[in-house]
Design a protein around this ligand. Sequence first.
Ligand code: ZN
Ligand code: ZN
Length: 374
Amino acid sequence: SKHSATDIVDDSIATDDTAAAETMAAAAAAEVSTPSLAPEIWAHVCDFLPYQSLLQTAVVSREMLVDVMPRVTMLHIDKSCQLHAGVTHRYGDVQDIYIYSLIEFEDDLESYDCHLDDDTLTRALPFLCNFSSCLERVFLGGRRPSNGQVEGYKTDRFSVEDDMKMNNFIDLFSGAFRAGALPNNVWIAGLSCSKETRMHINTCKVCRNACKSFPLSSVVDFEDIHVIKKRYRFRAKLFDDDIFGLNVCLKRTEIEEIILGRPGGKELLQSKARFMTLLGRGVRHVVITDDDEVLYVVKYDDAVLGQINGFIKHSSMDVTMFPPDEVTEAIRRSFAADERDPLPPREQCYLAESSFNALKELGLPIEETDFLNE
Ligand SMILES: [Zn+2]
Ligand SMILES: [Zn+2]
């Protein structure tokens, strides 16, 4: 539509347009009172704005549009009508896109009546295909209006019709990855297959297709929907809850079988890097002490320990010979809020003793003194 905010943004650099000239005049007036921040600082502020506010910010001045927008790294999209290719070329460095319009909630407090938004199902993928290879993560889901809680697709809450739509949607992503239409390392989070019954031989074409088509780096973290999902997958700093990657109806062994059949799959699954990644998956608990001190306590749950153990069993590498510094550093990654975040100060970090012992028993070259604080 001609007068949507996105169009205004694009128009505002065309000075021969009256509306744009007005916008520029308004911007000039606004600039007087706008605190002067460096573009990179503004970009950081913009990372946390809802999409509509971001577009309005872009309208404020040509400087915002030209200097700030290309530095924005996160987009937060609340409405399907914002999934619009118009200004996507303005964003040079977008790494994360959060789309909250996929799930609509009929939010009568505790009721869990949700449904998929058809418009988002149609627009999301073409929108995402406009972004460059900087794009690393995409979350698709919804935000509960009563408390703002962010949720991905949880199969038991939707109609059978929605379950089918979701499976078609996953298939579209598989197709887009195969066609090279999406950046080839992007992590898609929030989607889930809904097949509930478990056969002896799983024939779900949607999940098999996804395991064969999605980037290997994300397929290694696909989860079995039948396994209790309590641990780390996608710790995005804005969320209270973990947001899951793609949940499939295949067993872990079935997922790994498909990975092993893909080029580079075996190397990835059995690489040292993969092992170090697993070590960084301890579950972080934030503890506030009586003195208002913040402490970070990391524990490894059985599922992660099981994966670490499975790696050791199947690998031809001798993990006991890995450099102790690297192993210790990999474990410490669990203390960060997000895999891209820096570590908190060491004196605030505690590794649970039971977890230290469990890792030590697996033969890891770790020393207790490396995890002591006093
Ligand atoms: Zn438009
Ligand atoms: Zn499935």
